[in-house]
Design a protein around this ligand. Sequence first.
Ligand code: DGY
Length: 433
Amino acid sequence: ATSFADAAAEVLRANDRGQRTVAAPELYPHQWSWDAAFVAIGWATLSVPRAVEEMRHLLRGQWATGMIPHIVFTADAGYFPGPARWRTERAEHAPEVATSGICQPAIHSLALYSIGERARRNGGEDAAVFRSFLLDTFDDWVRWHRWLDSARSTHPSGLVEIHHPWESGMDNSPRWDAPCARITVGRMAPYEREDVRHVAAADERPEDADYDRYLWLVEQLVEVDYDDEAARRVVDFRVGDVFFTATHAISADLLATLGEDIGRPAEAAELRGMAARARGAVARTVDPQTGRARDFDMRAGTWIDADTIGGFAALVCGTDHEAYAALVAQLLGPQWCAHPALAHPVPPTVTPDSPTFVSRTYWRGPQWPVLVWLFTWALRHHGHDDAADAIGRAGRAQLGDLTFAEYYDSLDGQALGSRNQSWTAAVALAWAA
Ligand code: DGY
């Protein structure tokens, strides 16, 4: 019998294309930004040099602005929207390689930190490979956070603003229902979706009306040649994303620690400043009624009320002791992990008590192992080992069918979306290590 870790390793190996790993064998045949970060964490349990390669390949896509794009394309095969729709060659700051023109949550330095820990434990060649990679690329990761801090954190809320639901990574989350409802889709070239060909049932994916808005927002960004300042003025979707902000905060902090290790105290201090600002912004979003964080609709000037996992953003970046402990209790409580209707006691993307909850539709209710893992990492990092252990045990048990699905129906436990999803296998490896 193959062990859990062996089966997960097999998935990564099968999805390995040399220096990059496809996010999924069919549905996502390119390198995705936050996928790559989690995937590298998984690779590090098998090979630190291979983990480092994954991160290095992602940096090929980095824009001169500092932005790390959400997709680095290798071939225009089987995915929509591909390079022809993104038209990033029009952008002054785009790199040589084809990429998308938007970004994804800044989980990267958390990955670096985690690879670094393993490299240090392994010692020898692994420690040397990691250190030399860090020396080589430290400035690139700093530039990514500087861009988030300057170009994307101009709003008085201090939140990282996103210009597309895809930038949140949680595409069709109820978090974006209100701002998306106000988008008026204009004229654009016809298109055909690819994603629905690769899943068992269309209701596991976003709707056609969602896709029209996604593509329309791409048109708006192309129209201004992806100029950051112009985008803030023209794009219909302009939202302060509290979860993204939390990833920026924790990653900036961890990158600062790595910077201190390699003798870069000035940059480390700068990163600490960014992290403190972002963490403060997350704390200021808290709804006094629920204790959870909220996103901010910058077009409407209103807080967004949605009962989603995004509300637990402060667990990722940290906040004061008391607020943190209360949030942990809430996450473990009867509306979330301990909800009696759940097949597995791990956080669902939306509480089953919400009217927007759908147990099998993408970011509207299923459980995503990658997020479950992120919370176990964060809980441990912030000193809540018991909660991390409990959720980690359940998260691992959920993967017992060895399908390594993209997400799972939170009520009946059925595997959904892609199978053999790289980041699911990666977090399985991280749990098993
Ligand atoms: C997709 O294609 O569904 C991705 O989430 C967008 O990046």
